[in-house]
Design a protein around this ligand. Structure first.
Ligand SMILES: [Fe+2]
Length: 386
């Protein structure tokens, strides 16, 4: 009944799926009248053979391009500013982002600054981007961040070591080309950590207090697909069916969270990811159990449904045992990838807790968490991770 009364809006980009979908990059650049595109990418992606078909498609469309690959993981504010400078000085008229979440987020940042001026840090927050970005075409090379379908970008303030969210409808790309081929060249650890990120998006969107029928539909389907995709291993790396499943899981979860919002896992993950410069999938894995345990009582029916999809036996009904079972299933999905999941391994100490609490309390993801934690709750949560 609640869902009938509450108003919800949905934003989704144009989406092309299928093997070799990347070859449409030139056609879309031409449709968008982008005579010169800035290709935002990373040096690893740009070394791969499959990039050639993308460049060929641009040539065939008569589109000029410049390449900007100075993008670090957890992209920094200065990466964005250097990209925006290149975009403006070369008089580009569109952006083609080819890469994982860091590249896609940085490309969005470049678009914001190119269209609005100032510094990227001026736009941290919700709905602060006034002018629409230039046309943005995405070719994601990982299945996880879903920045290619979302209205989110995460930029790291290098001086303050904070990961900051920019959320705006203006950040939804114009088109994403969901191609299995670029995924084949990703190593297993990147695949697994990206996949855990997608699963986290599905879980958080499903229990979010901004959820809707539409987002629930996509979130549940993404969790089902993720459960079927994992554990991922080397021998599955070249299987296009597996890769396609992971892309769909990521896309469904991305549309779900982009419209429903995220929650405590991401608020805490951004805090530690910023301070210790950790990969996002690892940071989320570290906080997941404590965050789900904290949230569980506020959304028991939904968490139980997730637990069943992940394979926790219906005979297990005790709340604590359900959470334990769910966490074990998720950790099982990590397969042979066993990054240490304790914060102290990454240099954290008790002295950092007040800072981590302040960061996560100020993260916009907290607003849609099903249970709003106080300072003491957050402090206990971080302490449990040391
Ligand atoms: Fe995420």
């Amino acid at each position: 009944m609640e869902m009938v009364r509450e108003h919800r809006k949905f934003v989704v980009p144009e989406i092309i799926t299928g093997e070799n979908a990347r070859i449409y990059a030139g056609k879309y650049a031409s449709n968008f009248h982008s005579d010169t595109v800035l290709i935002a990418t990373d040096t690893n992606a740009f070394r791969q053979k499959w990039i050639l078909e993308i460049l060929l498609s641009l040539d065939e469309a008569g589109t000029e391009y410049i390449i900007f690959s100075d993008i670090e993981p957890n992209p920094r504010d200065y990466n964005v500013m250097a990209g925006a400078e290149a975009y403006l000085s070369e008089e580009c008229t569109g952006i083609l982002a080819i890469g994982g979440g860091s590249v896609l987020d940085c490309a969005k940042g470049i678009g914001i600054v190119a269209a609005n001026g100032g510094n990227i840090l001026d736009y941290i927050g919700v709905d602060l981007v006034k002018n629409p970005m230039p046309p943005l075409i995405c070719v994601p090379t990982t299945a996880g961040s879903a920045a290619d379908v979302s209205q989110y970008a995460v930029i790291r303030n290098a001086a303050k070591k904070t990961k900051n969210l920019i959320i705006s409808k203006s950040l939804v790309p114009d088109v994403t080309l969901l191609d299995t081929v670029p995924l084949m060249t990703q190593p297993v650890d990147v695949t697994v950590n990206s996949g855990i990120d997608a699963l986290t998006h599905g879980i958080e969107a499903y229990v979010s207090n901004g959820a809707s029928h539409f987002s629930d539909l996509l979130a549940l389907e993404s969790i089902k697909l993720s459960a079927g995709f994992f554990p991922f291993s080397v021998d599955k790396a070249d299987d296009p069916d597996y890769r396609f499943q992971s892309l769909m899981a990521s896309m469904y979860a991305g549309i779900a969270f982009s419209n429903a919002g995220l929650g405590l896992i991401h608020a805490m993950s951004h805090a530690i990811g910023g301070l210790y410069d950790l990969p996002h999938g690892i940071a989320s894995s570290i906080v997941m159990r404590s965050a789900i345990q904290y949230n569980y009582s506020s959304s028991i029916r939904k968490y139980q449904k997730i637990a069943r999809i992940l394979g926790v036996s219906p005979d297990i009904t005790d709340d604590k045992k359900v959470v334990k079972g769910m966490f074990e299933k998720i950790m099982g999905m990590r397969g042979s990838i066993d990054n240490p999941l304790s914060l102290s391994v990454y240099g954290a100490s008790k002295d950092d807790i007040p800072d981590l609490v302040a960061r996560s309390a100020g993260d916009p993801c907290i607003a849609t968490n099903p249970r709003i934690p106080g300072q003491k709750d957050l402090s206990n949560l971080f302490e449990s991770l040391l």
